[in-house]
Design a protein around this ligand. Structure first.
Ligand code: A3D
Length: 320
C-alpha cells in the first residue's frame, strides 16, 4: 500500500518542524510547499539527510508548484506571517487573508479530498476564510489551536502540582486569542477535577487564576522571548497529533477550531470546541454543557471571532 501523502503549505519555522516530525514518526511522504524559492527544497533535503541516522522511511520534496501536492491526504497550512513583539494575532489579518485565498485555491485544485489543518493566525478567522476559499467540506477543514493552548495549560498545571504532564488532562475552548477559555471545571489530575484539588489544599484559586492567565498569554510569552517570531515546536507537535488522529482513524478527543452548527450555542462559524478526530475528519463535536460563568466567557470569545470574520468580509468582497 502506498504511504500517505502529507502536504505542508508554508515551509517556515512551523512547516520545517512539521516535516521533521512527520518523517520521524513515519506518518507518510512529505511535500513542503512555499513561495520562498529554495527554502522548501533546502529543508526537505536537510531532513531527508537525517533519515539514515534516525532510520525512517519517508520521501521529502520541496516545491513552489501546487501540482506537487496532488492527491495529498493531509494538508497543514502555516503559510503567511507570524507575530513580532508588540503585535496581536489580529494584526496579521490583512496579509494572511490574501495568503489564505491562494492556498485555498491551490488545495481545491490539487488535493480536494485532503483533511486540512490550518495554523495560520488569526486562527479562527483564517480557518473560516480557508474553508470559504477552498470550498472543501466543513468536516474536512479545521484549525489547530486548542491542542496547543491545552498543552500549555497542562504543562503549567503539571509544574504547579509537581506531577507528570501525562496525568494532567485539560482543555481550552473558544477563539485562539486573548479571550480563550481554559476550562478549570473540566480539567483534572488523573480524573480529580481542579476545583476538588483546591478543596484538598493542593493549590489555591488565586494560583489557578494566574495559570489560566499565563495560558491565555502563552503565545505572547514566547514571542517576547524569541523576539524574531512566534512559537513553533509545540504548535507543530500539536498539529501532528491531529494529523495522526486522522491518518490512523484514532477517534482522538481533541479541542480544535471546528465548524459549529448549533453546538455549544454556536451556529455557522469556526471556534475552538472539543471534537472527535478520525478517518472522517472532524467526526463529532462534543457538545459539553457550560455553566453560566463559562458560557459568558465563551460567548465573549465567540464575539471576538465574529468581529474578525466580519473584518475579513470587509476586506475581500467574495467572502461577504
Ligand atoms: P514563518 O517561519 O514566517 O513561516 C511562514 C512561511 O509562509 C514562510 O516560509 C513564507 O515564505 C511562507 N509563505 C508566505 N506567503 C505564502 C504563500 N502565499 N504561499 C505559501 N507560503 C507562503 O512563520 P511560522 O512558521 O512561525 O508561523 C506560521 C503561522 O502560524 C503564522 O501565521 C503564525 O502566527 C501562526 N501560528 C499559529 C499558532 C496557533 O496556535 C494557531 C501558533 C504559532 C504560530
Amino acid at each position: 500500500m502506498a504511504r500517505p501523502k502529507i502536504a505542508l503549505i508554508g515551509a517556515g519555522q512551523i512547516g520545517g518542524t512539521l516535516a521533521h516530525l512527520a518523517a520521524m514518526k513515519e506518518l507518510g511522504d512529505v511535500v513542503l510547499f512555499d513561495i520562498a524559492e529554495g527554502t522548501p527544497e533546502g529543508k526537505a533535503l536537510d531532513i531527508a539527510e537525517s533519515g539514515p541516522s534516525e532510520g525512517f522511511d519517508a520521501k521529502l520534496k520541496g516545491t513552489q508548484d501546487y501540482a506537487d501536492i496532488a492527491g495529498a491526504d493531509v494538508c497543514i497550512v502555516t503559510a503567511g506571517v507570524p507575530r513580532k513583539p508588540g503585535m496581536s494575532r489580529d494584526d496579521l489579518l490583512g496579509i494572511n487573508l490574501k495568503v489564505m485565498k491562494s492556498v485555498g485555491e491551490g488545495i481545491a485544485a490539487n488535493a480536494p479530498d485532503a483533511f486540512v489543518i490550518c495554523i495560520t493566525n488569526p486562527l479562527d478567522a483564517m480557518v473560516w476564510a480557508l474553508r470559504e476559499f477552498s470550498g472543501l467540506p466543513h468536516n474536512k477543514v479545521c484549525g489547530m489551536a486548542g491542542v496547543l493552548d491545552s498543552a500549555r495549560f497542562r504543562h503549567f498545571l503539571s509544574l504547579e502540582f509537581g506531577v507528570s504532564m501525562k496525568d494532567v488532562s485539560a482543555f481550552v475552548l473558544g477563539g485562539h486569542g486573548d479571550t480563550m477559555v481554559p476550562s478549570v471545571r473540566y480539567s483534572t489530575v488523573a480524573g480529580v477535577p481542579l476545583p476538588d484539588l483546591i478543596e484538598m489544599g493542593w493549590t489555591t484559586k488565586e494560583k489557578l487564576d494566574a495559570i489560566v492567565q499565563r495560558t491565555r498569554d502563552g503565545g505572547a510569552e514566547i514571542v517576547g522571548l524569541l523576539k524574531t517570531g512566534s512559537a513553533f515546536y509545540a504548535p507543530a507537535t500539536s498539529a501532528i497529533e491531529m494529523a495522526e488522529a486522522f491518518l490512523k482513524d484514532q477517534k482522538r478527543v481533541l479541542p480544535c477550531a471546528a465548524w459549529c452548527d448549533g453546538e455549544l450555542g454556536v451556529k455557522g462559524m469556526y471556534v475552538g470546541v472539543p471534537t472527535v478526530i478520525g478517518a472522517g475528519g472532524i467526526e463529532k463535536i462534543v457538545n459539553i454543557k457550560l455553566n453560566k460563568e463559562e458560557q459568558e466567557m465563551f460567548d465573549k470569545s465567540v464575539e471576538a471571532v465574529k468581529g474578525l470574520v466580519d473584518a475579513c468580509k470587509g476586506i475581500d468582497d467574495s467572502l461577504a
